[in-house]
Design a protein around this ligand. Structure first.
Ligand SMILES: Cc1cc2nc3c(=O)[nH]c(=O)nc-3n(C[C@H](O)[C@H](O)[C@H](O)COP(=O)(O)OP(=O)(O)OC[C@H]3O[C@@H](n4cnc5c(N)ncnc54)[C@H](O)[C@@H]3O)c2cc1C
Length: 427
């Protein structure tokens, strides 16, 4: 039985999934997937659909990684716009990644609708809200580029954004109607349920401790002395990567993203605050993002301390942002607080690695992993099944540990403090 975790921000608990999820198979399999987040489950599902035998092994319970904890914003595209991708990667690679990234939200919502998944969701778009004139000019650029690609996007002026968000302080922004929101934990459970129905085995609370080359395949060791043989391995551990693959954790900087959820809003406020259910991220250096939950809570997130939180005061930045945007919510109770890890790479692009034949991994979603990791499941499974890299949307690159990685997080913490101050000065 997979029970939904009790300690997370859950408004509509997914139903438990029946079955035996404690043990790793003793049979050799085609693919072992390490990590049961969206990346691992989407790739496992797609690989099973291509006829492969798949064992997923997860160190924690289902939904305890970023995939069950995130902001539920399903946003297509990458951090970079189409023109920047072409400038960075060249016309062919840049265009291919643009094309792929344009469809990542479609991948989530098509799966939900085609498989009739029990996942609360909305698809009324995502707003990138501009807090300054410079940010407004950037929003106009993004809007122009995606419009040229045929995306359903609209530039918003001050009055329009005020009406759509009910928030104070934005000059305008742009609305991307391809985007939407999901309940993240329900989504992880739905993916797991689909994967299991397709024949995927999932073992929970079992850490993978070693990967050993064995002839043409792999021996995957788990804590407690278990072992499974696999032709190929996908390490889908992302921001929660440990020492399993040399240099992988050091090639990423993970940040903490902290979230709060208010008590459900009364109807009078729910009609003014995000009345059409869009997701919002803003343009500040230390951005905040927010949406309404299926039960009408305002859920708001942003960067938190690099260390684990010591108490409710570590969510102060989010609480201050909430009141700045919605003064009417002063005194409205905050009922939930939680946090998780977001993996960033040094070039702000996701990285696909295959350090040895048959050992794959994707890491670094820069806070856009819900759509990206769902959509990557199919091409990853194709590559795992056929070995043809030509259809992969990302190039396979070597793992490059960030120099002085140990000190990098200290530098990031200092930069966050500095950026927060600049954001305050621009208010
Ligand atoms: C607070 C927060 C808000 C976010 N908001 C958004 C958002 O609104 N929209 C968006 O698109 N993205 C968002 N993201 C990012 C998004 O959640 C991630 O990019 C995405 O979920 C990554 O999925 P994944 O499967 O690669 O990794 P994860 O979901 O993190 O899964 C990795 C799993 O690997 C497991 N693991 C690690 N080591 C081992 C091991 N040795 N053995 C076995 N298992 C192991 C971990 O326990 C974990 O469950 C947010 C992230 C956070 C933390």
């Amino acid at each position: 039985m997979i029970e939904p975790p009790a300690n997370l921000s859950v408004w509509q608990k997914p139903e438990a999934i029946a079955g035996d999820f404690g043990s790793v198979t003793t049979q050799a399999v085609d693919l072992v997937v390490v990590g049961a987040g969206v990346q691992g489950l989407s790739a496992a599902l797609q690989a099973a659909r291509r006829g492969l035998s798949v064992q997923v092994i997860e160190a924690a319970s289902l939904g305890e990684g970023a995939s069950g904890l995130n902001g539920g914003q399903v946003i297509p595209g990458m951090k970079f716009d189409p023109e920047a991708l072409v400038a960075m990667l060249g016309p062919e690679r840049g265009a291919r990644l643009t094309e792929f990234s344009a469809g990542t939200a479609d991948a989530v919502f098509s799966l939900i609708s085609n498989e009739k998944l029990d996942v609360p969701h909305t698809r009324t778009g995502w707003i990138q809200a501009a807090h300054s004139e410079t940010a407004m000019a950037a929003a106009a650029q993004r809007h122009r580029q995606w419009r040229a690609h045929g995306a359903d996007v609209t530039l918003l002026n001050h009055a329009e954004i005020a009406l759509l968000t009910g928030a104070k302080g934005y000059r305008g922004g742009w609305l991307d109607r391809r985007a939407g929101t999901i309940d993240p934990l329900a989504y992880v459970f739905a993916l797991a349920r689909l994967a299991v129905a397709q024949g995927v085995r999932i073992a929970l609370n079992t850490r993978v401790t070693g990967l050993l080359r064995d002839g043409g395949g792999w021996r995957v060791a788990t804590e407690g002395g278990g072992e499974v043989r696999a032709a190929k391995v996908l390490v889908a551990t992302n921001a929660y990567s440990d020492t399993l693959v040399g240099g992988l954790a050091q090639s990423l900087v993970w940040l903490h993203s902290f979230q709060i959820a208010t008590a459900p809003l009364p109807a009078s406020l729910a009609d003014i605050i995000l009345p059409h259910g869009q997701a919002v991220s803003d343009s500040r250096r230390i951005l905040v993002y927010f949406r309404k939950s299926p039960d009408n809570r305002l859920v708001l997130g942003g960067r938190g301390p690099m260390r684990a939180p010591a108490g409710a005061e570590d969510w102060q930045h989010q609480e201050r942002a909430l009141i700045r945007l919605y003064p009417v919510l002063a005194g409205h109770p905050i009922e939930r607080r939680w946090f998780g890890r977001v993996a960033m790479t040094s070039d702000f692009l996701p990285h696909l690695h295959e350090p040895e034949p048959g050992l794959l991994m994707v890491a670094g979603c820069q806070g856009r992993g819900v759509g990206l990791m769902t959509a990557l499941g199919a091409p990853l499974a194709d590559y795992i099944a056929d070995g043809d890299p030509s259809l992969l949307p990302l190039p396979i690159s070597p793992i490059r540990p960030i120099p002085l990685h140990r000190f990098r997080r200290v530098g990031v913490a200092a930069r966050i403090a500095w950026s927060r101050m600049l954001d305050r000065l621009e208010r």
